[in-house]
Design a protein around this ligand. Structure first.
Ligand SMILES: Cc1cc2nc3c(=O)[nH]c(=O)nc-3n(C[C@H](O)[C@H](O)[C@H](O)COP(=O)(O)O)c2cc1C
Length: 205
């Protein structure tokens, strides 16, 4: 698919068919995600791929509770997603990288090698997001749908059950699967976005 066509067609899908996605397709999506840029070529991002209901239920069990599952109109459509991809990044990898000799001029003087609190911008989160965007576009290209879910609870329990090492932070989950045509509209879409002319500032803000 032509890139701009994929960008135009991409939209979050919140209702999935349960049929599995070929492992080769998932591997292709993740390989593309890991081809996205990382600051200093640190490569401090990683993914956990959960496929099939036995594995994806681990994600849902850890990050949702019974009250939400009973009340959310989206729950059934979301839970059917056959693949859940978890985007992680590790701040310490970036701190270590920017202590290396070739980064001495850029990072050391502002303390980037001294710890994550010294970073004006968390590159590790940005790098996780680059990978996520690549997966979203790759899913469209593969004729699939995807949805980003932020995480507000259960991150520690999830990391424990999945064996995620200390220091790796979950950025978000990406559900992937075949859209089943069900309603997946978010109330967020009812917001009027600021006019594009107020978001692009040629020659200065
Ligand atoms: C970082 C991030 C977190 C998001 N978290 C959620 C979420 O928890 N649940 C959800 O339904 N959509 C979530 N979304 C999707 C946005 O609501 C959606 O991208 C936005 O409304 C625009 O719609 P579109 O992506 O379909 O164009 C998230 C998107 C991003 C980028």
């Amino acid at each position: 698919m032509e890139l701009h066509e994929a960008i135009r067609r991409r939209a979050m899908v919140r209702s999935f068919a349960s049929d599995p996605v070929d492992r080769a397709v998932v591997e292709h999506l993740l390989a593309a995600a890991l081809h996205s840029p990382t600051a200093g070529n640190t490569g401090g991002t990683a993914w956990v791929a959960l496929a099939g209901p036995d594995e994806t239920s681990v994600y849902w069990e850890a990050t949702t509770d019974a009250a939400w599952r009973e009340s959310s109109p989206r729950w059934e459509g979301l839970r059917r997603a056959p693949v859940v991809l978890l985007a992680y990044s590790r701040a310490a990898s970036y701190v270590d990288r920017y202590r290396e000799p070739d980064k001495a001029g850029t990072g050391a003087d502002v303390g980037l090698g001294d710890g994550m609190d010294h970073w004006p911008v968390p590159y590790w989160t940005g790098d996780a997001a680059f990978g996520v965007m690549t997966v979203l576009l790759g899913a469209v290209d593969a004729g699939l749908g995807a949805c980003v879910l932020g995480n507000f609870r259960g991150e520690e329990a999830l990391a424990r059950v999945l064996g995620v090492p200390d220091g790796w932070q979950l950025f978000c989950a990406v559900l992937v699967g075949r859209p089943d045509g069900g309603d997946h509209r978010s109330p967020s879409l009812d917001r009027a976005l600021p006019d594009i002319r107020r978001r692009i500032h040629w020659g200065g803000w």
